[in-house]
Design a protein around this ligand. Structure first.
Ligand code: B12
Ligand code: SF4
Length: 526
């Protein structure tokens, strides 16, 4: 029997982390990483597993020192912290293993710091390693010969996490994406053939989420609609599950924009209570979309990208998006172009990135050939705020300054709430339509749910009013929220509006921190 500790290191502050909004949401982190409870479920029962998420609790290194094996996961944005943790573990002579998205694409980054490295998926290699470790024949590097058969993946051990500390749960239906975006490492690691769990597996995971007390979850698929025909069947079963259980879960997910071309699929997602969908818009610059091989965003069928975003919203889902600046075909006009697109699209929450070359991607290979990778100073912060790419038509400093300026403009109070009000109040976006239909048939449940939502909203808004130090910002949130209250009837939408105020505060703080960097503020002022 082995005593195993698995760690998810602390994230640096990011768009998704919502760190500055967490105190208002009564949680410590947005959602748990999906890999730790899954690895725990893949561990044979004779071993003992402890999960530590540093975003929730500090790492007890003395506890780690008593373990036989300590495993670490991490994305590129966690790699600095991964290094620190591994150094600490090594100094204590602890046997360590590493895996996850970052070391999968950059194996040598943590070389010498861990005893065993796992590259890519680990459904087969992790149990194999444990067998080999037990009889002293383990290797130092594991990589699966074949991709994981998703129909055999077990239900993650959510019972090993402190689920109440997370705002949302996480659940995975499928892996892989059929597209070929040049910058994407997902298709390098998970392949272009979507692999889907069976409905029975998915429903068992939904039961586990409900048992863990969750009311909403992020479907962490690379692209939920990679195989439309197959996912439709799973969604039909999720709809039936929601109906049978009284719609206990609300979902968010990630999908490509061709979702807008399939009315049946959108309807099924809405019926399954998927209310938010993150779409990789990347850029309204068509030359840049061609350059990066994001052809699905260029398909003329079904209208422009703007039309498609509006169609998804009309179907009853809020669109979140990622945009990128710094493509070879971008010149300094790109920042204004992006701003205009996002405003017209009424996309409230936008993740803005500079183009970054992730190792092992086609983009990385091309830029290496062209001698345009720069791993020096700025690159130290890439993944968040900086890039390892030497841009073609914009200077590096100008790209950074334009990026921060775009963030500032997008998250300026006026611009942010203009998008929000255009979507929530003018276009009357209604989320959770299927649940509303259900609740109309169950008035007592409706009453209870509404009472809970309103109580939670009041608590959140009060915390926001106490926690935001800037009186001008507080006044603005109060004014906007009161106005929204006069228009919105559904407690779900009222709660979402309050949440949007908290999310604005997070983005606002991020922008303030970017602007506080002396080199940038001087450049922007100029
Ligand atoms: C869902 C998702 C999210 C969600 C949830 C994130 C979270 N906190 O879990 C959201 C939308 C919030 C998100 C946010 C971000 N994400 Co994200 N995300 C994903 C996505 C699509 C799926 C991740 C997932 O849950 N997969 C399912 C699990 C089971 O798979 P897995 O983690 O790979 O684990 C398997 C193996 O890797 C292995 N394994 C993993 N760890 C370990 C450890 C050991 C010891 C062992 C043995 C094995 C092992 O075993 C597992 C089973 O096979 C991936 C793409 C992808 N497919 O990796 C991107 C991805 C991981 N995200 C990425 C990034 C950059 C981010 C952000 C920084 C974006 C931003 N700029 O804000 C933020 C991070 C902030 C934060 N606080 O979370 C990058 C990471 C790049 C890299 N190679 O390191 C990816 C790869 C996508 C991309 N290319 O942009 N993300
Ligand atoms: S659509 Fe998304 S997941 Fe698919 S290849 Fe493009 S960036 Fe990667």
């Amino acid at each position: 029997m082995a005593d195993i500790v698995l760690i998810n290191p602390r994230f640096e502050i990011s768009y998704w982390g919502l760190e500055y909004a967490m105190p208002f949401l009564g949680a410590k982190a947005v959602l748990p990483v999906a890999n730790l409870p899954l690895l725990a479920a893949l561990t044979p029962a004779e071993h003992r597993v402890t999960l530590i998420d540093e975003n929730i609790e500090p790492i007890d290194f003395a506890r780690c020192a008593r373990a036989d094996i300590v495993g670490l996961t991490g994305m590129n944005v966690q790699r600095r912290r991964m290094k620190e943790i591994l150094c600490e573990l090594k100094s204590r002579g602890i046997f360590t293993v590493i895996g996850g998205p970052w070391v999968t694409v950059q194996e040598d980054d943590l070389a010498g710091l861990a005893d065993v490295i796992f590259v890519g998926e680990a459904e087969e290699t992790w149990p194999r390693f444990l067998r080999e470790w037990a009889n002293g024949t383990h290797q130092t590097r594991y990589e699966q010969a074949d991709r994981t058969d998703m129909t055999k993946v077990p239900v993650p051990r959510l019972d090993l996490l402190r689920m109440k500390n997370y705002a949302f749960g996480s659940v995975q239906f499928s892996r892989g994406c059929p597209f070929e975006c040049e910058f994407c490492d997902i298709i390098v690691t998970f392949g272009r053939r979507p692999r889907i769990k069976t409905s029975a597996q998915v429903l068992a995971e939904l039961d586990a989420l409900v048992a863990a007390g969750k009311t909403s979850a992020f479907i962490v698929d690379d692209n939920l609609i990679g195989n439309k025909k197959a996912i439709k069947q799973v969604l039909r079963d999720v709809v039936a599950w929601q109906e049978a259980h009284g719609y206990p879960l609300m979902f968010a997910t990630e999908a490509s924009i061709d979702l807008a071309d399939d009315a049946e699929l959108m309807q099924l997602m809405v019926d399954a209570n998927i209310s938010n969908v993150f779409v990789g818009i990347e850029t309204p610059n068509e030359a840049a979309l061609r350059e990066t091989r994001k052809f699905q965003n260029l398909r003329p069928r079904g209208g422009s990208m703007l039309d498609k975003v509006h169609r998804i919203q009309q179907a009853g889902m809020e669109v979140w998006c990622g945009i990128i600046v710094g493509f070879d075909n971008d010149d300094p006009s790109i920042f204004a172009l992006q701003q205009r697109f996002v405003q017209e699209a009424r996309i409230v929450n936008v993740m803005v990135n500079m183009l970054v070359a992730i190792p092992r991607t086609p983009l990385y290979a091309r830029l290496a050939r062209e001698g345009r990778l720069d791993m020096s100073d700025d690159a130290a912060s890439w993944g968040g705020f900086g890039t390892n790419i030497v841009p073609l038509r914009i200077g590096r400093e100008a790209l950074r300054a334009g990026y921060v300026e775009l963030m500032r403009n997008l998250y300026a109070t006026e611009a942010y709430f203009a998008r929000l009000d255009a979507l929530y109040l003018d276009a009357r976006l209604q989320l959770g339509r299927a649940r509303l239909r259900y609740l109309r048939r169950h008035p007592l449940r409706r009453f209870k749910l509404n009472a809970r939502l309103l109580a939670e909203t009041a608590a959140m808004f009060l915390l926001l009013m106490r926690g935001v130090p800037d009186p001008g910002l507080r006044r603005e949130y109060r004014r906007r929220f009161m106005r929204a209250l006069r228009h919105l009837r559904d407690p779900e939408m009222i709660q979402d509006y309050a949440l949007k105020c908290a999310m604005h505060y997070h983005a606002h703080r991020m922008v303030q921190e970017m602007l506080a960097q002396p080199r940038l503020s001087a450049r922007i002022a100029a």
